[in-house]
Write a protein that binds this ligand. Structure first.
Ligand SMILES: O=C(O)c1cc(=O)[nH]c(=O)n1[C@@H]1O[C@H](COP(=O)(O)O)[C@@H](O)[C@H]1O
Length: 224
């Protein structure tokens, strides 16, 4: 079985992205490319990263009116990433139109509550209640809008999976025990996330900033 670890390649620099992928590609199950990579390198950059023969997770976190998001998703035609993100907070029509515009081989997943937010951040943006309640609400919306799954933290994934047993659950912001949190606030270990129902794990800095990214990826995999 392939590794559930998708390495987050968070750089605008194509050569650096290729170097990291080259180092870790035998120890991860996929490559996650984000907005900074896509803005700098576009379709060409994604095609270059497809050469590693691993599934591509295009993390664009689209969030706009339905027409704009649908056209943006259509503009990815030809790339057919394995996974594509949109923000659940864009609402039902946006989610439905994003899914309808995506290729059949692309899992469209909705970001619920960013792992960098805690309950007090939610209060600041006018969302009352706890992160878990908001994740539950948005997961329900994503499911009824026909999406393939959600992105949430390891703190909510067990609850979300109980409510949506065949959903696809992406858990980012995971940290090996004792690892630096950085800007992440709702982090669990990779093992905990998997045990609680994650389908795939997104791991960035614990691998990319390690002195030996290859070893770091292998060490995380060994804990799973
Ligand atoms: O959609 C994501 O992948 C995502 C959602 C979320 O709630 N939190 C989150 O950290 N991410 C992404 O997951 C990666 C986490 O990176 P590290 O914190 O360096 O492991 C980054 O590429 C984020 O953009």
């Amino acid at each position: 079985m392939s590794s559930p670890i998708y390495v987050a390649i968070d750089t605008p620099d194509l050569a650096k992205a290729q170097e990291l992928a080259q180092r870790v590609h035998n120890h991860v199950g996929g490559l996650k490319l984000g907005l900074e990579f896509f803005c700098a390198n576009g379709h060409h950059g994604v095609r270059e990263m497809m050469k590693f023969d691993l599934p591509i997770f295009l993390d664009l976190k689209l969030h706009d009116i339905p027409n704009t998001v649908a056209k943006a998703v259509q503009s990815l035609n030809g790339l057919e990433p394995a996974v594509l993100t949109v923000h659940a907070a864009g609402g039902r029509a946006m989610l439905e139109d994003a899914k309808a515009a995506a290729g059949i081989h692309t899992k469209v997943v909705a970001v619920t509550v960013l792992t960098s937010l805690d309950n007090s951040d939610l209060t600041d943006i006018g969302v009352g209640g706890k992160a878990e309640d908001q994740v539950a609400r948005l997961a329900d919306l994503a499911r009824s809008a026909g999406l393939d799954g959600i992105v949430c933290s390891g703190e909510e994934v067990a609850m979300a999976k109980r409510a949506w047993p065949d959903g696809f659950f992406v858990v980012p912001g995971v940290r090996p025990a004792g690892g630096a949190m950085g800007d992440q606030k709702r982090a669990v270990t990779p093992r905990e996330a998997l045990d609680r129902g994650a389908s795939i794990l997104v791991v960035g800095r614990p691998i990319s900033l390690a002195d030996d990214p290859d070893l770091a990826a292998r060490e995380i995999e060994a804990t799973l």
